[in-house]
Design a protein around this ligand. Structure first.
Ligand code: FUL
Length: 486
């Protein structure tokens, strides 16, 4: 018996080692002859890189869209809007950071330059920035103020720099790639630690009517060299766009998905350069598909990669502030629903809070966030299963309470640092005679939140009905949401 288990362990380690093809273990090649069991084993042993682990554990992050569009009441600007229009009357970056912190966010991404090209920091590489605006007599630096406020309040900082630039005369020429790297270099050297670099893939026309051919890999190299701990998101190799801007992630969300062959080719090509050895690839493929990582999908892949999902959504209809949307701020109930459907579906939530023309997050937005936070706290501050007796085996978990408990929410987490494995599960309660289904689901991953009608019982069972390898449930929680006030 012992001999057999040693053998199995040896096999597992060998397969696990295969998954370590990329130095961070987050990418693996699928060979043409690999059988489905081998592919599943490989998929189960892909692990997130250190930067992906830190990012996933943030759970909730905040976007700040603020700039020329705030003053022109637009979503996408246009070339030539004069910097004189940028003039916030009471800009307070600390209010942004304190609001994000109050709501429970752990990282704040400032849109340093949107598609119109207007820079919120006094870039040396363009005149189209705050330095030629009336705000603070041209001496202001929004990115600097945000970075200082983040540092003061213990918030991590992220940077959004739009590759599309409607204003730069270089756009559409090879020289623009260098210009972009220069601006990125400023942002990643002048403001201290940055933990997320967010690239949008939009590629529209520049002032000369041309589109740019972006040199993505060279942008990734700059980010890796200057801020190696930062994830490069969306049009980047570390974090994937969930595929909608609705706030709702997939019911079945795999962090391991097929990767373009270049994910491994790039590793090979640049193996001499340490910074590029880590599954750096340009993402291709349709992120909006419902199924990205099922058995059918991974069985056809040439390579697999740990590429987790980020759910970006705005608290208002637009990404930028529009006075006409003051009454359209998402309610606390909608925000909470979004929370369950993003953080609760193996994704990180990136919620946009667009400051108004004063340079403040509007009172309506702050009120909705406060209420969302209190709803979430009231539910999740008391894990009813905390002191229960837990009995585990490979595919099930029994939780026994000394006396019946009443609950209507469950939180499941896999030990995602060692891979994502659960394909389906059923949660059941014992009603005196037998087991009754409470809820069922597919993937768990970093976190799965479940909502159901209140159940009162002294025994709960979680059955893993399908898994890619032995799964490790690292957290099991049961909670009672406060009764809705009518
Ligand atoms: C999009 C942009 O075009 C929007 O304006 C916004 O910045 C959003 C987060 O990404 O692709």
């Amino acid at each position: 018996m012992k001999h057999l288990s040693t053998l199995i362990l040896g096999m597992l380690l060998a397969l696990g080692a295969q998954a370590q093809e990329s130095p961070t273990g987050n990418a693996v090649r699928i060979n043409p002859g690999d059988s489905l069991p081998v592919i599943l084993k490989k998929a189960a042993h892909i692990i997130p890189s250190a930067r992906q682990i830190s990012w996933q554990e943030l759970e909730f992050t905040v976007f700040i869209h603020f700039g020329m569009n705030t003053f022109t009441n637009r979503e996408w600007g246009e070339k030539g809007t004069p910097p004189s229009l940028f003039n916030p009357t009471a800009l307070d970056a600390e209010q942004w950071v304190k609001t994000a912190k109050m709501a429970g966010a752990k990282l704040l991404i400032i849109v340093a330059k949107h598609h119109d090209g207007f820079c919120l920091w006094p870039s040396r590489f363009t005149d189209y920035s705050v330095k030629n605006s009336p705000w603070k007599g041209g001496k202001g630096d929004v990115v600097g103020e945000v970075a200082a406020a983040c540092k003061k309040h213990g918030m991590k900082l992220g940077i959004y720099l739009s590759p599309w630039d409607m204003n730069s005369p270089l756009y559409g020429t090879e020289a623009y790639n260098e210009h972009f790297r220069n601006q990125l270099t400023e942002l990643l050297t002048l403001y201290g630690p940055v933990d997320e670099v967010w690239f949008d893939g939009a590629c529209g026309e520049g002032p000369n009517g041309k589109r740019q051919v972006y040199d993505w890999l060279s942008y990734y190299r700059v980010a890796r060299m200057l801020q190696p701990q930062a994830v490069i998101a969306v049009t980047g190799p570390d974090v994937r766009w969930v595929g909608t801007e609705s706030g709702y992630g997939r019911e079945t969300e795999w962090s391991v998905v097929p990767a373009p062959a270049s994910a491994l080719k790039d590793i090979a090509l640049t193996s001499a350069e340490k910074v590029m050895k880590e599954g750096v690839f340009f993402p291709i493929g349709d992120m909006m598909e419902q199924d990205l990582g099922s058995r059918e999908k991974i069985a056809q892949a040439g390579a697999l990669i740990w590429y987790p999902s980020e759910v970006d959504v705005s608290i208002r209809p637009g990404w930028f502030y529009h006075p006409g949307e003051d009454s359209l701020v998402k309610s606390a109930e909608t925000l909470t629903d979004i929370w369950y459907s993003s953080v609760g579906r193996n994704s990180v939530l990136l919620l946009n809070l667009p400051p108004d023309r004063r340079g403040l997050i509007h009172e309506n937005d702050v009120a909705a966030l406060k209420k969302m936070k209190s709803l979430l706290d009231a539910t999740f501050s008391n894990n009813l299963a905390k002191n229960a007796a837990v009995f585990k085996n490979d595919s099930s978990m029994l939780v026994r309470f000394p006396a019946p408990v009443l609950f209507d929410r469950a939180m499941l987490q896999e030990d995602f640092r060692h891979g994502q494995r659960v394909e389906s599960f059923i949660l059941e309660s014992f009603n005196g005679n037998g087991w009754k289904e409470i809820a069922r689901g597919t993937t768990i991953g970093y976190k799965r939140l479940l909502r159901f009608e209140p159940v009162k019982t002294d025994k709960v069972r979680l059955r893993i009905t399908s898994s890619r390898d032995v799964s490790e449930i690292s957290h099991f929680g049961l909670y009672k949401a406060p009764a809705e006030k009518r």
